[in-house]
Design a protein around this ligand. Structure first.
Ligand SMILES: Nc1ncnc2c1ncn2[C@@H]1O[C@H](COP(=O)(O)OP(=O)(O)O)[C@@H](O)[C@H]1O
Ligand SMILES: [Mg+2]
Length: 378
């Protein structure tokens, strides 16, 4: 799939701007704090209805304005769709071809992107919640039913935790029937989430080691799913029984802490180079290569599962990579994928990429297309 253009109104530091994208490489050049990441963020918002770098939607609205709008045309199998995202202080709407979509789950599955930004190193170094967010975001793009079950799961966990607090406060444990109904619902949703996470991590493991080897010529990279279920592969009956037992065994502790101490909301996964846990022992360079391999593996999974390529967003990553890794990345980008790449320095971008590209210069929220043989020499 490709994105043909994007229109911004009052988004971050943009007043009213439009960019036309080409189907291959689009390069956005600009000094720091000019609005490069904001462009990628707007594309992310158009895909997910929320930002990848803030959980506060209001930050997206230009200062002193009361709404923002992002819209764009995407093309899937040569069929165009017009996506729109509107946000004000009290309203958030999305539409496809001017038709309002009430359920965001229906909207989010449409437009697929893979983003690689410097902050993604946190997928290795950061807290488990960052890795869960990664799993949720990526699996949701492949399977909207997953997002539906995840939202339901989170809703039930919230209700359960509130109920546990009531039980604790009133010292009354008589209403176990209500709790058992809640638990049944939670376990049903949890089963789907575990199944899809097992599947996704297995899919990544089929690919990531080869990609890491291609990029680094180095040892075997693998992912280890840490779900505390104590099993190697998913089996619905088995997982169901484990969950029933865990919920039962943990009940006193759950009431005491007014929280649910077991379930996919506690999941984690880690990166291993042979037998070494990268989080503990990896170098910065190894972390970077591992995350890059992860992102490139995702592209492969998209190709396999949805028979289409996602749009690749690369935020300021070239300057951090050495030449070999840069060339390997370029090899992937130069295949049949649309990429939108930001950089502060055009010299970081290899000549072979420039040939197939549109180039934009950004200056204080103003966007200007640069003709390669025109007014600006590159
Ligand atoms: N809500 C907002 N309203 C106005 N300006 C904003 C808003 N959010 C961020 N900015 C501005 O956007 C700029 C940063 O944009 P960004 O895309 O992160 O820069 P970079 O080019 O370094 O990637 C800064 O100048 C910041 O002040
Ligand atoms: Mg930036």
């Amino acid at each position: 799939m490709t994105i043909k253009n994007i229109n911004l109104v009052n988004f971050r530091n943009y007043n009213k701007e439009r960019i036309e994208f080409c189907d291959n490489i689009n390069i956005i050049i600009g000094d720091n704090a000019q609005g490069k990441t904001n462009i990628l963020e707007s594309i992310y918002v158009l895909a997910f209805t929320k930002s990848h770098r803030t959980s506060n939607d209001n930050n997206l609205i230009k200062q002193n304005e009361d709404f923002c709008k992002v819209s764009g045309t995407i093309s899937i199998d040569n069929i165009d769709s017009f996506l729109e995202f509107f946000l004000s202080n009290n309203e958030k709407n999305v539409s496809i071809d001017k038709k309002n979509i009430k359920k965001f789950v229906e909207y989010v599955s449409k437009f697929k992107i893979v983003i690689f930004a410097p902050d993604d190193l946190e997928i290795i170094k950061g807290s488990p919640s960052i890795r869960r967010k990664f799993l949720n975001t990526e699996i949701s793009q492949l399977d909207k039913v997953y997002l539906y079950h995840l939202n339901e799961y989170n809703k039930y966990i919230k209700i359960r935790n509130e109920f546990l607090k009531k039980m604790y406060d009133s010292n009354n444990q008589s209403n176990k029937l209500y709790l058992s109904i809640l638990d049944e619902n939670i376990i049903n949703k949890a089963l789907y989430i575990y199944q899809k996470r097992f599947e996704f991590i297995n899919n990544l493991n089929d690919i990531i080691s080869n990609i890491y080897y291609d990029i680094t010529g180095d040892k075997k990279l693998s992912l280890k799913y840490d779900n505390k279920l104590g099993i190697e592969c998913f089996n619905e009956e088995k997982v169901k029984n484990i969950l029933i037992k865990k919920f039962k065994d943990n009940l006193d502790r759950d009431i005491f802490t007014s929280s649910t101490n077991f379930g996919p909301h506690k999941d984690d996964f880690s990166f291993y180079l042979n037998d070494t846990d990268l989080k503990m022992f990896g170098s910065q360079g190894q972390h970077r290569s591992a995350v890059l391999s992860l992102k490139l593996s995702e592209i492969e999974i998209f190709k396999q599962k949805i028979n289409d390529t996602p749009i690749l967003l690369l935020d300021d990553v070239f300057s951090e990579l050495d030449d070999t890794k840069k060339n390997n990345l370029i090899k992937y980008i130069n295949s049949d994928i649309q990429a939108i790449v930001t950089t502060t320095d055009i010299k970081e971008i290899s000549k072979c990429l420039l040939n197939n590209s549109y180039i934009y210069q950004i200056n204080k929220g103003k966007i200007e297309r640069i003709e390669k043989n025109g007014k600006t020499t590159l």
